[in-house]
Design a protein around this ligand. Structure first.
Ligand SMILES: [Cu+2]
Length: 329
């Protein structure tokens, strides 16, 4: 039993160590910087308190331990005004300092009342993937958000099913994504890079596989990305591609669109117009490549049990569909 437990716990720790995880300890935005420095200060203060209290406790236990030949009780005493005042005053002081620093940080990271945003994004939580819409640019995409560096981004958050939470630890704190409610948050980053995000509110069996990425691009890279996303989806050339196209705009269209501008939250699945411009799929759960996509289309349920894609693509269509999807760059 114990061996089983050790293997299970050890295995989980090792697996987690291999997986890249979102971290707030490497902030890449002014907001995350404020949050990380508050965290560091609180952690250090807690460490000092821990060392002082535990150190005093251990020292007293050792100094006043019962020694061989001790028959009498040690000298009993009660009450020490000076000590009582000191150990009441110090915690109050610590709490006041923490309170003031927390309020300062909350104010520093709060969304300004009249935010002058350079880019508006709509985030829609689905079980279990993220829809990212750019209403002013006519772009609908999924699971990978692109924003330009040094830009203030206003994010509107909606959910079509249950409560999710949008969290990119290196860029910002969490904001809940609540059905029937329009929450907003703001993002900005001064460092070009790729940042992991994760749904931070338990939303069902595949909550852990509701991940996403935020790419902070240089302005030129972002403009190129936008120009590409605004293009219509690849038009079929060969007969095989035409057959796949018919299927994708037919049966698949109940859940997926390949119109790059279709921000239709009624769709159960992500927009596929530029699927292969992304690096991951299925809520950031898997690297996007031909072999993973093939396994997925053969049996989505074994890869991400419970997801809404409850169908299996028949093997005679599989090659055609994959060959077409790969063109959707
Ligand atoms: Cu979740």
């Amino acid at each position: 039993m114990l061996r089983k437990y050790i293997v299970l716990v050890g295995g989980t720790i090792l697996l987690n160590a291999c997986q890249p995880s979102p971290t707030f300890l490497a902030p890449a935005s002014p907001i995350a910087n404020h949050e990380a420095s508050l965290y560091t200060i609180v952690l250090n203060m807690a460490l000092v308190v821990f060392i002082l209290v535990e150190g005093a406790l251990v020292w007293i236990v050792i100094r006043d331990r019962k020694r061989a030949g001790d028959e009498k009780l040690p000298h009993q005493l009660h009450g020490n005004m000076r000590l009582e005042v000191v150990w009441t005053a110090i915690p109050i002081l610590v709490v006041v300092v923490l309170f003031v620093m927390t309020v300062q940080t909350v104010n520093a990271v709060a969304q300004p009342a009249h935010l002058k945003s350079d880019l508006n994004i709509r985030v829609v939580g689905h079980r279990w993937w993220w829809e990212f819409d750019y209403p002013d640019l006519g772009i609908a995409t999924a699971n990978e958000l692109h924003i330009p560096v040094d830009t203030t981004v206003q994010v509107a958050l909606e959910s079509v099913d249950v409560i999710h939470s949008f969290w990119v630890p290196q860029l910002s704190g969490k904001t809940d994504v609540v059905p029937g409610q329009h929450n907003t948050m703001w993002l900005t980053s001064d460092q070009v890079g790729e940042y992991l995000g994760q749904c931070a509110e338990f939303c069902g069996t595949e909550h852990a596989l509701m991940r996403f990425k935020v790419f902070v691009d240089s302005q030129a890279d972002f403009d190129a990305w936008v120009a590409n996303q605004q293009q219509p989806a690849y038009q079929p050339q060969s007969e095989d591609e035409q057959a796949a196209y018919k299927e994708i705009t037919g049966a698949c269209a109940a859940c997926h669109s390949i119109d790059p501008a279709e921000m239709d939250t009624d769709k159960v699945g992500p927009n596929l117009a530029h699927l292969f411009s992304r690096t991951t799929f299925a809520g950031g759960a898997f690297d996007l490549n031909e072999s993973n996509l093939r396994s997925w289309l053969k049996d989505t349920q074994s890869m991400k049990p419970g997801n809404d894609m409850q169908i299996t693509v028949p093997s005679q269509q599989l090659d055609q569909i994959i060959a077409y999807l790969i063109h959707l760059k």
